[in-house]
Design a protein around this ligand. Structure first.
Ligand code: GLN
Length: 548
């Protein structure tokens, strides 16, 4: 029988519920328990796949092709396990299920209502993963306590708290304890209010995790305990950390895992085994080298849009004992005139995934610069497609080469809509999604990097390399080093004679974890390190993380 931990949030959004949930899960996993995490989001979209990154950050894709919240990326990166469609549920999906059942006649004669029908469906999904052999299922509730749309989720937690045995369920509430400079004091009132709100909705938290910029004094802890009906040791300090990967250790110092184990009456565990994790943190904290990597994208001002890429850099940097300084470069503002000036200090260039016309020509100019200047290049999805267009235009001299996504009338559609996509009209969940196998060409760089013949990577796209042009590309030095064994779709391109020029149609960033940094990111950072070493380091001005 699984036990259930619910994580709610109060006071404001962006307190890091995902990181706290993932850190707690990590500690419990390190103690030998089988743990998973799921996210319940109160918005009405069936999934975040149709949301603009400006609205919701990156859309994370699971092995089974679910388009999900970016917190699932944190869960996978921390726990080194796969999540699935079942790990992300929205209000939209809940209502869709209930309404479909109503249409089928499942509730014949009954009025379908929020309570019990919607809450029953929420509870059914909250308990679902508990039937797959996990010891603990952590459920993170999106949104902030007090939001109208999160009410049915809180109500479902309230009911479960009564229905499940006492020791099978607990609630962790994450709040903010702000420091008021003028008063020189930490303030507990917002926490008191948010716990009060939660209690009014029928849920009494067992543990309060306090996000704070300053240490909580014993007096503050006592005050929060007194007003919020918890024991003093259940008031947990979560101070700002230098990196999110430090949080499991700070939570361990605060004994968050031990308090959970006690309340859940779990006895079968050992001391946390965090050797590999600590090794990674050490390397992350004390790098021996530094590289400047340009991240070319159009959502550059919003770091959440490229979350998994940024985290994959952290993992690959640590294993290379190298600090990765990401220089954010807005593709819309790259022009022929300024491309040299913007890119000449870089040691590597990653062209990001994306959709639509905006910023395309800037991406193509950046690829050209990397190709011509032997600058390590890594293109992901749209970034790979842009490298194909650049090669077609400037090496194969197909001047109007393009993707039909941006120019339906191009005479050289080197990137074209996939055959199976041609009949697709609906937008939600209809891309080529999730894990597909890819066969690697003997003697290629890709094969050398992965060290195997066949790999599996996750996809999210509608367009692809047009195989009518493959021969011309390969004869001129851009080879397809990875292809789908069944359909022949080109999944990886690489450039002969370039120190590092790799484009992938899939999203390797989604599979990079602390314990398994992605081989492509690791080799890319290694190539950037070599590039940096070859340059006269002393002559280069150092770059800070910045937006150009
Ligand atoms: N827009 C491109 C396509 O659909 C690339 C998608 C992506 O970068 N994820 O094929």
């Amino acid at each position: 029988m699984a036990k259930y931990i619910f994580v709610t949030g109060g006071v404001t959004s962006s307190l890091g519920k995902g990181i706290i949930s993932a850190s707690l899960a990590k500690l419990l996993q390190a103690r030998g328990l089988k743990v998973t995490i799921q996210k319940f989001d109160p918005y009405i979209n069936v999934d975040p796949g149709t949301l603009n990154p400006y609205e919701h950050g990156e859309c994370y894709v699971t092995e089974d092709g679910a388009e999900t919240d970016l917190d699932l990326g944190h869960y996978e990166r921390f726990l080194n396990i796969f999540t699935s469609q079942a790990n992300n549920v929205t209000t939209g999906r809940i209502y869709q299920t209930v309404i479909n059942k109503e249409r089928e006649g499942a509730y014949l004669g009954k009025t379908v209502q929020v309570i019990p029908h919607i809450t029953d469906e929420i509870k059914r999904r909250m308990l679902l993963l508990g039937k797959s052999g996990f010891d603990i299922v952590i459920t993170e509730l999106g949104g902030t306590v007090g939001d109208i749309e999160s009410l049915p989720f809180i109500e479902a937690v309230r009911q479960l708290q009564w229905e499940l045995p006492d020791e099978d369920c607990l609630v962790v509430h994450l709040t903010l304890v702000p420091y008021l400079k003028a008063a020189k004091e930490l303030k507990t009132k917002p926490t008191q209010h948010s716990v009060k709100l939660l209690s009014q909705e029928g849920v009494n938290p067992d543990i309060i995790v306090c996000r704070t910029e300053r240490p909580l004094t014993p007096e503050i802890r006592r005050k929060i305990a007194l007003f919020c009906n918890v024991k003093v040791d259940a008031v947990i300090e979560s101070a700002d950390a230098a990196t999110i990967y430090e949080v499991p250790l700070t939570m361990m110092r605060e004994k968050l895992d031990q308090i959970c184990l006690k309340k859940l009456a779990i006895q079968n565990y050992h001391e946390p085994e965090l050797g590999k994790w600590k090794e990674f943190l050490d390397k992350l904290k004390y790098p021996k080298n530094k590289v400047n990597i340009g991240l070319i994208g159009k959502y550059i001002e919003l770091q959440d849009a490229y979350k998994s890429i940024l985290e994959a850099f952290v993992h690959a940097g640590a294993i290379n004992e190298c600090s990765v300084n990401v220089v954010n470069i807005h593709s819309e503002f790259i022009s022929e005139e300024n491309v040299n000036e913007k890119l000449h200090n870089l040691d590597g260039l990653l062209v990001a995934p994306g959709f639509g016309m905006r910023g395309i020509e800037g991406k193509i100019l950046a690829v050209k610069y990397a190709r011509e200047n032997n600058l390590p290049f890594f293109g992901i999805c749209l970034g790979m497609q842009m490298s194909v267009i650049e090669f077609a235009r400037n090496v194969l001299h197909l001047k109007d080469a393009h993707s039909t996504e941006m120019n339906a009338d191009t005479t050289h559609a080197v990137i074209d809509l996939m055959e199976e996509q041609k009949k697709v009209t609906a937008k939600g969940g209809t891309m080529r999604l999730g894990a597909y196998p890819c066969h690697l060409k003997a003697g290629s760089r890709a094969k050398q990097i992965y060290g195997s013949d066949t790999i599996s990577e996750r996809h999210r796209h509608r367009w692809e390399f047009n195989n009518d042009y493959l021969q011309a590309f390969e004869e001129n030095g851009m080879i397809a080093s990875g292809r789908n064994p069944e359909s022949g779709l080109v999944e990886i391109i690489e450039l002969n004679g370039h120190p590092y020029f790799v484009g992938v149609q899939y999203h390797p960033e989604l599979k990079s974890t602390v314990e398994n940094p992605h081989p492509l990111f690791v080799s890319f950072i290694d190539a950037a390190k070599n590039f940096a070493e070859e340059k006269n380091a002393s002559k280069r001005p150092s770059l800070q993380s910045e937006t150009i």
